[in-house]
Design a protein around this ligand. Sequence first.
Ligand code: GLU
Length: 303
Amino acid sequence: MLKKSDKKLTKEEQLLQDHKMIRESLKDKKRIVVKIGSSSVIHEATGGLDFVKLEKLARYLTDLHNQGKDVVLVSSGAIGMGVKALGLPKRPASIARSQACAAVGQGYLIGVYERFFKEYNQQIAQILITKETMINNERRVNARNTFIELLDMGVIPIVNENDTVATEEIEFGDNDTLAAIVCALVKGDLLILLTDIDGFYTDDPHKNPSAQIIPMVEQIDENIEGMAKGVTSRYGTGGMATKIAAANICNDSGADMIIASGAKAENLNKIMDGEPLGTIFKAHKRPDFHLISYLENKPYMED
Ligand code: GLU
């Protein structure tokens, strides 16, 4: 006869137990990349920066670093900040003008981060990346070396796409993909995407009220890819498909990835404390993982 503790778990119970364990294991992560989207750093109604959130983010990221973890922040918001600083009524349609906005906004954005991180004696650095940089073997190695040196010296690199020079043919286009590439490049073990949706849903929650959040994705299969289609972000550039693409890169490279709401900076702390926020995509490192083939062939974008 089976003792109570030997009771065979149902598939659902086993999943719940796995989920709990993987969430608890997040405390032990060593190198974490956090991505925050434009819609999470900018107030939608006015286009102004959410200073309270950025201030908290700087505090929480510094605290993670003080716990002995390496931390990288990928922050969007350059174009949006440029639009605001230049007093434009809305995001420009032309690429050249958007790039000009990014040139103004990126400086402003990093200046704000600089001030907040300084409050906590945390050194930061700015790294701007283009897809071209990542495809070129020499430059990719250079970028990786720079990241590693910075992390070794206890710096938190703040990354964005170099929007002022990246046009359609050479751009990542969305910071979800960029963040996943950065995570793979620095051999991070966790990527957290803080975004305008609170997790991965079975269907578009804006259109289908019975859509349900999936707490854990063990394997990205056709079913999951099908659910992601058509779920667009309201304000940022990346919809759910780009997040699945990011999860593919991350998971294949050996990192877990979480999609969670960026509405509150506190969510970052809750996630690191093991609370089951958003959706976690489980890592399954491919022994043959080569970042360059993801960059060149975009297998993560195939449908
Ligand atoms: N790099 C763009 C910016 O900083 C944002 C891209 C994105 O939203 O994913 O404005």
